[in-house]
Design a protein around this ligand. Sequence first.
Ligand code: THU
Length: 162
Amino acid sequence: MANQELKISFQSFEKIEDVESKLAHLLHVARNAVHEAYSPYSNFCVGCAVQLDNGQIITGFNIENASYSVCICAERTALSSAITQYPDAKILSIAISTYQQFQDNDAPAFPCGVCRQFISECEDRNENKFPIIVSGQSGPIHVFESIKDLLPFSFGKNDLIK
Ligand code: THU
């Protein structure tokens, strides 16, 4: 028997002015994207911005459905849009921001499990890890170097032996 320990490191910042300028700009875009969210059922708005190596920033937001299980998260709309429009571009970073309508809650909300799995595949496909910035509309900002820090022991293409 061996006790194992898992260490996850990430950076936290109090305010956007403390964040490196390119990541700060991407977060600014993600914070604005929440206003496009279609979330009449949860009133929980999520915006996501994807920085590509061709200079483009692709945004996405959550899109809900009266048939609740059909809802799509912001991370997956943004990444699907980025990959569809620019399949050959590399992802340099992504920013995710949340906003809860009618509530006094601006705490950062981290990507759901399905989105972590989706981002993990995007990172593998990308062949380079990329940072993930998570924040509310203001307040603390968390930066993870790789999705693997949010999804340890991930399942991926290497598990499917041909
Ligand atoms: N949501 C996201 O857009 N991303 C996540 O990672 C978590 C949840 C959305 C889905 C749904 O529209 C709303 O937030 C409440 O769950």
